[in-house]
Design a protein. Structure first.
Length: 302
Protein backbone atom coordinates (compact mmCIF):
# COMPACT_ATOMS: atom_id res chain seq x y z
CA UNK A 1 0.00 0.00 0.00
CA UNK A 2 1.39 3.37 -1.03
CA UNK A 3 1.50 5.96 1.74
CA UNK A 4 0.08 9.35 0.70
CA UNK A 5 2.96 11.79 0.72
CA UNK A 6 3.17 15.47 1.42
CA UNK A 7 4.55 16.04 -2.05
CA UNK A 8 1.02 15.40 -3.38
CA UNK A 9 -0.41 18.36 -1.55
CA UNK A 10 -1.60 21.34 -3.54
CA UNK A 11 -0.57 24.72 -2.16
CA UNK A 12 -2.39 27.92 -3.02
CA UNK A 13 -0.13 30.90 -2.35
CA UNK A 14 -2.02 34.16 -2.01
CA UNK A 15 0.53 36.95 -2.31
CA UNK A 16 0.24 40.71 -1.89
CA UNK A 17 0.92 41.74 -5.48
CA UNK A 18 -0.53 44.00 -8.12
CA UNK A 19 -1.76 43.04 -11.56
CA UNK A 20 0.62 42.94 -14.53
CA UNK A 21 1.71 46.41 -15.63
CA UNK A 22 2.99 47.84 -18.91
CA UNK A 23 6.37 49.06 -20.02
CA UNK A 24 7.61 50.73 -23.19
CA UNK A 25 10.44 49.22 -25.21
CA UNK A 26 12.23 51.55 -27.63
CA UNK A 27 13.88 50.41 -30.85
CA UNK A 28 16.08 52.57 -33.07
CA UNK A 29 18.92 52.25 -35.57
CA UNK A 30 21.98 54.44 -35.03
CA UNK A 31 24.01 56.16 -37.74
CA UNK A 32 26.25 53.08 -38.02
CA UNK A 33 23.30 50.84 -38.81
CA UNK A 34 23.30 49.13 -35.40
CA UNK A 35 19.84 48.31 -34.00
CA UNK A 36 19.29 49.16 -30.32
CA UNK A 37 16.60 48.08 -27.87
CA UNK A 38 16.18 49.93 -24.56
CA UNK A 39 13.57 50.46 -21.83
CA UNK A 40 14.54 54.15 -21.51
CA UNK A 41 13.58 56.69 -24.15
CA UNK A 42 16.77 57.26 -26.15
CA UNK A 43 18.23 60.71 -26.76
CA UNK A 44 18.68 60.43 -30.51
CA UNK A 45 17.62 62.20 -33.67
CA UNK A 46 17.01 58.84 -35.36
CA UNK A 47 13.44 57.52 -35.74
CA UNK A 48 12.37 55.61 -32.63
CA UNK A 49 9.79 52.82 -32.55
CA UNK A 50 7.83 52.44 -29.28
CA UNK A 51 6.24 49.17 -28.20
CA UNK A 52 4.18 48.71 -25.03
CA UNK A 53 4.64 45.31 -23.40
CA UNK A 54 3.11 43.82 -20.27
CA UNK A 55 5.46 43.07 -17.40
CA UNK A 56 4.82 41.24 -14.14
CA UNK A 57 5.25 43.54 -11.19
CA UNK A 58 7.58 42.22 -8.51
CA UNK A 59 5.92 40.72 -5.46
CA UNK A 60 6.53 42.22 -2.05
CA UNK A 61 7.08 38.75 -0.61
CA UNK A 62 7.49 35.28 -2.06
CA UNK A 63 6.59 31.96 -0.43
CA UNK A 64 8.35 28.72 -1.34
CA UNK A 65 7.74 25.17 -0.15
CA UNK A 66 10.98 23.26 0.38
CA UNK A 67 12.00 19.89 1.77
CA UNK A 68 11.36 16.20 1.11
CA UNK A 69 8.19 14.13 0.67
CA UNK A 70 7.37 13.67 4.34
CA UNK A 71 8.04 17.17 5.58
CA UNK A 72 8.10 20.58 3.98
CA UNK A 73 9.19 24.02 5.07
CA UNK A 74 7.44 27.27 4.24
CA UNK A 75 10.18 29.79 3.45
CA UNK A 76 9.32 33.47 2.91
CA UNK A 77 11.43 36.04 1.06
CA UNK A 78 10.98 39.80 1.60
CA UNK A 79 11.86 41.46 -1.70
CA UNK A 80 11.37 45.01 -0.41
CA UNK A 81 14.20 47.35 0.57
CA UNK A 82 12.47 47.86 3.90
CA UNK A 83 10.69 45.84 6.57
CA UNK A 84 7.49 43.94 5.80
CA UNK A 85 4.99 42.40 8.18
CA UNK A 86 3.98 38.93 6.98
CA UNK A 87 1.01 36.78 7.99
CA UNK A 88 1.04 33.07 7.13
CA UNK A 89 -2.12 31.04 7.62
CA UNK A 90 -3.78 27.77 6.62
CA UNK A 91 -6.68 27.84 4.22
CA UNK A 92 -8.57 24.71 3.20
CA UNK A 93 -6.40 22.09 4.91
CA UNK A 94 -6.82 18.70 6.51
CA UNK A 95 -4.50 16.17 8.18
CA UNK A 96 -1.75 18.79 8.41
CA UNK A 97 0.42 19.51 11.44
CA UNK A 98 2.42 22.74 11.57
CA UNK A 99 5.22 23.91 13.83
CA UNK A 100 4.72 26.55 15.04
CA UNK A 101 0.91 26.62 14.89
CA UNK A 102 -0.66 28.77 12.17
CA UNK A 103 -1.66 31.51 11.71
CA UNK A 104 1.45 33.43 12.66
CA UNK A 105 2.62 36.97 12.02
CA UNK A 106 6.23 38.08 11.80
CA UNK A 107 8.16 41.16 10.65
CA UNK A 108 10.97 40.52 8.17
CA UNK A 109 13.80 43.04 7.69
CA UNK A 110 14.64 44.37 4.25
CA UNK A 111 15.67 41.67 1.74
CA UNK A 112 15.47 38.99 4.46
CA UNK A 113 14.33 35.37 4.14
CA UNK A 114 13.17 33.01 6.84
CA UNK A 115 11.54 29.62 7.35
CA UNK A 116 8.21 30.43 9.00
CA UNK A 117 6.77 26.95 9.52
CA UNK A 118 7.40 23.21 9.18
CA UNK A 119 4.55 21.26 7.58
CA UNK A 120 3.86 17.51 7.74
CA UNK A 121 1.06 15.00 7.50
CA UNK A 122 -0.41 14.33 10.93
CA UNK A 123 -1.41 10.80 9.90
CA UNK A 124 0.76 9.37 7.13
CA UNK A 125 -1.80 6.67 6.30
CA UNK A 126 -4.46 9.20 5.34
CA UNK A 127 -4.65 11.71 2.47
CA UNK A 128 -3.78 15.28 3.26
CA UNK A 129 -4.79 18.58 1.75
CA UNK A 130 -3.06 21.93 2.14
CA UNK A 131 -3.82 25.52 1.24
CA UNK A 132 -1.48 28.23 2.46
CA UNK A 133 -2.27 31.93 2.39
CA UNK A 134 0.22 34.73 2.88
CA UNK A 135 -0.35 38.45 3.26
CA UNK A 136 2.25 41.19 3.56
CA UNK A 137 2.14 44.86 4.50
CA UNK A 138 5.13 47.21 4.10
CA UNK A 139 6.68 48.69 7.22
CA UNK A 140 7.13 47.67 10.82
CA UNK A 141 4.09 47.54 13.14
CA UNK A 142 6.19 49.09 15.92
CA UNK A 143 6.86 52.29 13.97
CA UNK A 144 5.66 55.74 14.99
CA UNK A 145 5.62 59.14 13.33
CA UNK A 146 7.79 61.89 14.75
CA UNK A 147 6.54 65.47 14.66
CA UNK A 148 8.65 66.23 11.59
CA UNK A 149 8.14 69.16 9.24
CA UNK A 150 8.18 68.11 5.59
CA UNK A 151 9.61 70.16 2.75
CA UNK A 152 7.49 71.14 -0.25
CA UNK A 153 8.04 68.30 -2.78
CA UNK A 154 7.49 70.30 -5.99
CA UNK A 155 10.20 72.92 -5.73
CA UNK A 156 9.30 76.37 -7.09
CA UNK A 157 6.98 75.05 -9.78
CA UNK A 158 3.34 76.09 -10.03
CA UNK A 159 1.02 73.83 -8.08
CA UNK A 160 -2.44 73.98 -6.54
CA UNK A 161 -3.70 71.85 -3.66
CA UNK A 162 -6.90 70.28 -4.93
CA UNK A 163 -7.44 67.90 -2.04
CA UNK A 164 -6.22 67.88 1.55
CA UNK A 165 -6.91 65.86 4.69
CA UNK A 166 -10.32 64.12 4.60
CA UNK A 167 -10.85 65.22 1.00
CA UNK A 168 -14.29 64.08 -0.13
CA UNK A 169 -13.26 62.86 -3.60
CA UNK A 170 -10.81 60.09 -2.74
CA UNK A 171 -9.25 60.72 0.69
CA UNK A 172 -11.87 58.73 2.52
CA UNK A 173 -10.14 55.49 3.56
CA UNK A 174 -7.49 54.85 6.21
CA UNK A 175 -4.61 54.67 3.73
CA UNK A 176 -5.23 58.12 2.24
CA UNK A 177 -7.38 60.06 4.74
CA UNK A 178 -4.44 62.30 5.62
CA UNK A 179 -3.08 62.95 2.15
CA UNK A 180 -2.40 65.91 -0.12
CA UNK A 181 -3.12 66.14 -3.84
CA UNK A 182 -1.15 68.92 -5.54
CA UNK A 183 -2.15 69.62 -9.14
CA UNK A 184 0.84 70.49 -11.29
CA UNK A 185 1.98 70.11 -14.88
CA UNK A 186 2.99 66.65 -15.99
CA UNK A 187 6.75 66.29 -15.82
CA UNK A 188 7.24 68.58 -12.81
CA UNK A 189 10.21 67.32 -10.75
CA UNK A 190 9.09 65.53 -7.56
CA UNK A 191 11.55 66.03 -4.70
CA UNK A 192 12.10 64.16 -1.45
CA UNK A 193 10.29 65.93 1.38
CA UNK A 194 12.35 64.20 4.08
CA UNK A 195 15.51 62.10 4.29
CA UNK A 196 15.01 58.35 4.05
CA UNK A 197 15.63 55.10 2.19
CA UNK A 198 13.73 54.19 -0.97
CA UNK A 199 11.92 50.93 -0.23
CA UNK A 200 9.64 50.66 -3.27
CA UNK A 201 9.66 51.93 -6.85
CA UNK A 202 6.93 51.44 -9.44
CA UNK A 203 7.11 53.47 -12.65
CA UNK A 204 5.98 51.11 -15.41
CA UNK A 205 2.26 51.86 -15.50
CA UNK A 206 0.69 54.05 -18.19
CA UNK A 207 -3.06 53.81 -17.60
CA UNK A 208 -5.31 56.37 -15.88
CA UNK A 209 -9.01 56.89 -15.29
CA UNK A 210 -11.84 57.16 -12.79
CA UNK A 211 -12.66 53.44 -12.60
CA UNK A 212 -11.48 52.86 -9.02
CA UNK A 213 -11.66 49.07 -9.28
CA UNK A 214 -9.45 49.14 -12.37
CA UNK A 215 -7.05 51.95 -11.51
CA UNK A 216 -7.23 52.29 -7.71
CA UNK A 217 -4.03 50.38 -6.89
CA UNK A 218 -1.93 50.92 -10.00
CA UNK A 219 -0.41 54.38 -9.80
CA UNK A 220 3.32 54.76 -10.27
CA UNK A 221 4.84 55.38 -6.86
CA UNK A 222 8.00 55.89 -4.83
CA UNK A 223 7.79 54.82 -1.17
CA UNK A 224 10.45 56.22 1.17
CA UNK A 225 11.15 54.78 4.62
CA UNK A 226 12.06 57.33 7.32
CA UNK A 227 14.23 56.83 10.41
CA UNK A 228 11.13 56.60 12.66
CA UNK A 229 9.63 53.79 10.56
CA UNK A 230 7.02 55.96 8.87
CA UNK A 231 6.77 55.88 5.08
CA UNK A 232 6.21 58.70 2.58
CA UNK A 233 4.22 57.85 -0.54
CA UNK A 234 4.76 59.88 -3.73
CA UNK A 235 2.14 58.67 -6.19
CA UNK A 236 0.71 59.13 -9.73
CA UNK A 237 4.22 59.65 -11.11
CA UNK A 238 4.98 59.91 -14.80
CA UNK A 239 5.87 56.55 -16.37
CA UNK A 240 9.59 55.77 -16.50
CA UNK A 241 10.44 59.05 -14.73
CA UNK A 242 11.82 57.66 -11.44
CA UNK A 243 15.54 58.39 -11.06
CA UNK A 244 16.20 56.59 -7.74
CA UNK A 245 16.50 52.91 -6.94
CA UNK A 246 15.12 50.81 -4.11
CA UNK A 247 17.63 50.59 -1.29
CA UNK A 248 19.23 53.99 -1.94
CA UNK A 249 19.32 56.76 0.65
CA UNK A 250 17.70 60.02 -0.46
CA UNK A 251 17.90 63.49 1.05
CA UNK A 252 15.52 66.44 1.29
CA UNK A 253 15.30 68.16 -2.09
CA UNK A 254 16.70 65.23 -4.08
CA UNK A 255 14.69 64.43 -7.20
CA UNK A 256 12.75 61.17 -7.09
CA UNK A 257 10.86 61.35 -10.37
CA UNK A 258 8.30 63.50 -12.18
CA UNK A 259 4.63 64.24 -11.60
CA UNK A 260 2.21 62.41 -13.83
CA UNK A 261 -1.33 61.21 -14.37
CA UNK A 262 -1.36 57.47 -13.71
CA UNK A 263 -3.78 55.27 -11.83
CA UNK A 264 -7.00 56.62 -10.26
CA UNK A 265 -6.51 60.20 -11.37
CA UNK A 266 -8.41 63.07 -13.01
CA UNK A 267 -5.30 64.91 -14.19
CA UNK A 268 -1.60 65.46 -13.57
CA UNK A 269 -0.87 65.80 -9.88
CA UNK A 270 1.20 64.51 -6.97
CA UNK A 271 -0.47 62.47 -4.24
CA UNK A 272 1.58 62.64 -1.05
CA UNK A 273 0.93 61.06 2.31
CA UNK A 274 2.68 59.55 5.33
CA UNK A 275 1.74 55.97 6.19
CA UNK A 276 2.32 53.67 9.13
CA UNK A 277 1.88 49.93 9.42
CA UNK A 278 -0.79 49.71 12.14
CA UNK A 279 -0.59 45.91 12.42
CA UNK A 280 -1.28 44.24 9.05
CA UNK A 281 -2.92 47.38 7.68
CA UNK A 282 -1.69 50.69 6.35
CA UNK A 283 -2.98 53.94 7.81
CA UNK A 284 -2.15 57.52 6.91
CA UNK A 285 -1.27 60.02 9.63
CA UNK A 286 -1.41 63.83 9.79
CA UNK A 287 1.80 65.69 8.95
CA UNK A 288 3.12 69.23 8.80
CA UNK A 289 4.61 70.67 5.60
CA UNK A 290 6.19 73.91 4.47
CA UNK A 291 4.67 75.44 1.36
CA UNK A 292 6.61 76.66 -1.70
CA UNK A 293 7.01 80.06 -0.02
CA UNK A 294 8.51 78.49 3.11
CA UNK A 295 5.46 79.12 5.28
CA UNK A 296 3.23 76.55 6.99
CA UNK A 297 0.92 74.84 4.51
CA UNK A 298 -2.81 74.57 5.14
CA UNK A 299 -3.70 70.92 4.50
CA UNK A 300 -7.31 71.11 5.59
CA UNK A 301 -10.12 69.38 3.69
CA UNK A 302 -10.95 70.69 0.21
Amino acid sequence: MTTPALRLLAATLLLFAAAPQAKKIYKYTDTNGVVHFTDRKPDTAQPVQETVVKVEQGKMVELRLEGHADQRQARVFNNYAGPAEVELSLGDASNIATEPPLPLTITLPARAERVLANLRQADTTQPARLELAIRAIPGSPGAHHEDAEYAWPLGKHDARIDQGFNGSFSHTDEQSRYAMDAATAEGTPVLAARDGVVMEVQDDYYGAGLDKEKFGGRANVVRVLHSDGSMAVYAHLRPESVVVQAGRHVYVGQQLGESGNTGFSTGPHLHFCIQLNAGMKLVSVPFRMRGPDGGALDLGAR
